[in-house]
Design a protein around this ligand. Structure first.
Ligand SMILES: [Zn+2]
Ligand SMILES: [Zn+2]
Length: 96
């Protein structure tokens, strides 16, 4: 179960909108779902989450679940870790 603080943090990430749309395509605020980034050996509960719109998450031909992480990263020219960094920068800005 997620704690209240974790839920608030997840809501803030979702509210940023799709990080791929905004960072790569220049569309701000696309409604997003949360994607858990898998790190080798890490538990799901501790894995970082990326905000991705349904199109880029699982529905679209270029989505992370359809392409797989490696192909997704080469398709868009950005890695999940880089997207996480951009997202964290945005979260930092939001809270100032
Ligand atoms: Zn998107
Ligand atoms: Zn996912």
């Amino acid at each position: 179960m997620a704690t209240k603080n974790e839920k608030i943090a997840l809501n803030k990430i979702a509210e940023l909108g799709c990080i791929l749309c905004s960072e790569v395509l220049g569309f701000e605020g696309t409604p997003a779902e949360l994607h858990h980034v898998r790190r080798y050996g890490a538990k799901r509960a501790t894995s970082p989450v990326l905000a991705l719109c349904p199109e880029h998450h699982r529905n679209g031909n270029d989505s992370i679940h359809r392409l797989g992480v490696k192909c997704f990263e080469s398709q868009w020219g950005i890695t999940c870790e880089e997207l996480l960094e951009r997202q964290n920068e945005r979260l930092g800005k939001e809270t100032k």
